[in-house]
Write a protein that binds this ligand. Structure first.
Ligand SMILES: *[C@@H]1O[C@H](CO)[C@@H](O)[C@H](O)[C@H]1NC(C)=O
Ligand SMILES: *[C@@H]1O[C@H](CO)[C@@H](O)[C@H](O)[C@H]1NC(C)=O
Length: 362
């Protein structure tokens, strides 16, 4: 018997709580990245609005009055309001919420901080509301990414949460790179340059699975379809030179670098060594070898006639022939009999029927 209920229920409860906590932690991290993106969007659009309003209220004239009005407008509350109005799409909930929540900050920056801290993103997103971090850093305390903030992931990857208060700073490496700090090369690439802080991975020769250099002599291991030759280089395996063709009877083999392909023989062949009527091993039925090329046999011009019924005519076709009734005769129950109705009559009857009738679709 199992022990009484409570311990089991407690375990279930605990595991539920754990799952909920984990979900909350991951979604909180995602939210932190999102909040920074929203802030970036807010400050980007603010800067755009700032440029857009740069020449507003300026008639193009040059009067002293206009210059004075312009100077006033440049730093005015009215201009700030006009900029703020254009920052968020009405549909963007996150953007509008951030703007409403921090409207005071924008006023403060506009009137008191702008001169000393001209970079709004840095002042607002990073230093004031702390939803972003400087580039190359991540997380609540803006820790440097792997590889350092100057050169995150050593320039070969993306640092998780880079520039935000979220993420864990781990690198997802670009193509060709691997490892915690993206200094190692994936299989098929080799380190052309490498020290503790810098790595350049270059693609191996196409014949190598792994390598230490760029040529087919630098392979550590040959790729499938390639083999070591007597000079320790990886060379193509010619699959087509094997005694038994890998392509079967009615196809021929084409060797390619690292592989091979099979292509269908010409229709006039029965087996072949390549493309065309002159590469047949033997000719297909109805064809004969004429100076090395398989050509159609004209059954109709054989000394012995092949269509022997009365009023039959012979028509040669590619690889064969047909026997049909001669003109003026039609086939009835296996015999050629004179045609009763000339075709013209039938045609005019048929066309009359379709043009007279209503537009019916059958
Ligand atoms: C920070 O990174 C972003 C995105 O890569 C870039 O657009 C921006 O110019 C960078 N800022 C600085 C100060 O380097
Ligand atoms: C590593 O290599 C790079 C590129 O060749 C070079 O700029 C850098 O100074 C090197 N660093 C060290 C520590 O040797």
């Amino acid at each position: 018997m199992l022990p009484a209920g409570p311990p089991l229920q407690l375990l279930r409860l605990l595991s539920c709580v754990t799952v909920i906590l984990l979900v909350q932690v991951t979604s909180a991290k995602r939210d932190l990245k999102k909040a920074c993106n929203t802030c970036q969007q807010v400050t980007d659009n603010f800067n755009k609005g700032f440029e857009r309003t740069a020449n507003q209220n300026f008639g193009g004239g040059n009067t002293a009055w206009e210059e004075r009005t312009l100077a006033k407008y440049e730093t005015s509350e009215i201009r700030l309001m006009e900029i703020l109005e254009g920052v968020c799409d009405s549909s963007s909930f996150e953007c509008n919420r951030m703007l409403e929540e921090h409207e005071d900050h924008f006023e403060t920056w506009w009137f008191k901080r702008k001169t000393k801290h001209p970079d709004l993103h840095k002042w607002f997103c990073i230093d004031t509301i702390k939803t972003c971090c400087p580039n190359g850093t991540y997380g609540p305390d803006c820790k440097a990414c792997v590889g350092g903030s100057e050169w995150p992931c050593h320039g070969n990857g993306q640092c998780d949460g880079d520039g935000t208060r979220g993420g864990d700073g781990k690198c997802s490496c670009d193509d060709a790179y691997k490892g915690d700090s993206c200094l190692d090369c994936i299989d098929g690439y080799f380190n052309e340059v490498r020290n503790d802080t810098f790595s350049l991975c270059t693609v191996c020769h196409t014949s190598c699975k792994t390598c230490a250099g760029a040529t087919n002599q630098d392979c550590d291991e040959c790729k499938d379809g390639w083999e070591d030759d007597d000079q320790e280089a990886c060379v193509d395996v010619n699959e087509c030179s094997a005694d038994a063709s890998p392509c079967g009877e009615e196809k021929y083999c084409v060797n390619t670098d690292g592989s091979y392909s099979c292509a269908a023989c010409d229709g006039v062949c029965s087996g072949c060594t390549g493309a065309g009527a002159d590469k047949c091993r033997a000719c297909a039925g109805g064809y004969e070898d004429t100076e090395g090329t398989c050509t159609d046999i004209d059954e109709c011009s054989q000394p012995e006639p092949v269509c022997t019924e009365e009023h039959e005519q012979c028509v040669n076709t590619k690889g064969s022939h047909v026997c049909s009734c001669a003109s003026g005769y039609e086939e009835q129950e296996g015999e050629c009999v004179p045609t009763l109705h000339p075709e013209k009559e039938e045609e005019s009857e048929a066309s009359g029927a379709t043009t007279d009738g209503p537009h019916e679709e059958l």
